[in-house]
Design a protein around this ligand. Structure first.
Ligand code: GDD
Length: 316
């Protein structure tokens, strides 16, 4: 099968590419001039890398015309919530226009059998009241960041292109995911990186944090990429599925678990610059719909995710 991953050089993209190669798929992936290649270095000779700027419709049309994929995993996005406050327009254009160009290219090529997974987000739920948890797909969407709004738009565009043109689009609303190679800006990876640096004496034994009271449902990235393939194997076109474990961690408690993995004594200090204008306080997933449809279950224990992430940063 010919598979295209947008954003193959990223955290999820690189794990997905490895998983698909092991399954025997022919993997194509997009990158941009400024993309870092270190995550995909070990598989560079096994995949077809295509330079593509998703914001440019011509670039995307050439890509789709050339590859004519059987499946597309659309992962490329501006994915860090705080960046979306600093550059809201860039987030909107990258995430919404990028996807629009992709759908238009597939539509114009008449690839109605091409199955497309789009990476939507639990951030779309945004303001969730305690009595509304765990969160199922019919919960109201009340995004609290420009990023969340961009993901609602991506999600609904997916619905609309399925309804209007019959494209085979499956929408996945993934809750937080972590694991080795996670970007250093994201919470647990950032904490693990700081611990690694402190252990090596590269920084004083003070770990900077933001809001420790937020609650998140963390899935290991290796379970997430398996979920994405199952979404295209068994998911109903046009449908939306939550992906998450159903177990939550207060960020402060997750940090305590990470700190148990080091012998170094570390002081935890709040940094006002790490606080957000409005934070999503609780994201607790109800993935019943996805589990019933696909048989997916998370397999990697949270503590293995933490350990692997810490080892990743210790090795760097
Ligand atoms: N990044 C970061 N750094 N977050 C911190 C810190 C810190 O030092 N301290 C506390 N937090 C809190 C944030 O305020 C937030 O409540 C939570 O930890 C998680 O932050 P992130 O890891 O940045 O992730 P996110 O929840 O904002 O968004 C992630 O998950 C979404 C799915 O729900 C991203 O991966 C999104 O791309 C994804 O869609």
């Amino acid at each position: 099968m010919k598979v295209l991953i947008t954003g193959v050089t990223g955290f999820v993209g690189s794990h997905l590419a490895e998983y698909l190669l092991a399954k025997g798929d022919e993997v194509y992936g997009t990158y941009r001039v400024r993309s870092r290649m270190d995550h995909i270095q070990p598989i560079l000779s096994k995949i077809h890398l295509m330079e593509c700027e998703l914001k440019d419709p011509v670039s995307v049309q050439q890509l789709i015309e050339q590859v004519k994929p059987d499946r597309i995993y659309h992962l490329a996005a501006q994915s860090f919530v705080p960046t979306s406050w600093n550059s809201p327009q860039d987030t909107m254009v990258n995430n919404i226009v990028g996807e629009l160009n992709l759908f238009e290219a597939v539509r114009k090529q008449g690839l109605l059998n091409c199955r497309i997974q789009i990476a939507c987000s639990s951030e779309e739920y945004g303001m969730v009241y305690p009595e509304e948890t765990p969160i199922h797909e019919e919960n109201p969407l009340r995004p609290l960041s420009p990023y969340g709004v961009s993901k609602v738009a991506q999600d609904l565009l997916g619905y609309q292109y399925h309804e209007s043109y019959g494209l085979h689009i499956v929408r996945t609303r993934t809750f937080n995911h972590e694991g080795p190679r996670r970007g250093e800006a994201f919470v647990l990876s950032n904490f693990a990186k700081q611990i690694g640096e402190i252990e090596k004496g590269l920084k004083p034994p003070v770990l900077h944090v933001g809001n420790l009271d937020a609650v998140r449902d963390f899935t290991d990235v290796r379970d997430v990429v398996r979920a994405y393939t199952l979404a295209l194997d068994h998911g109903t076109p046009g449908e939306v599925y939550n992906i998450g474990t159903g177990t939550t961690w207060r960020i402060g408690d997750a940090l305590d678990e990470l700190l148990k993995l080091t012998d170094t004594k570390i002081e935890v200090r709040q940094d006002p610059a790490r606080m957000r204008p409005s934070d999503v306080m609780i994201l607790h997933c109800d993935a019943t719909r996805f589990m019933s449809k696909t048989g997916w279950r998370p397999e990697v224990p949270f503590h293995k995710t933490l350990q692997d992430m810490l080892d990743y940063w210790r090795d760097r």
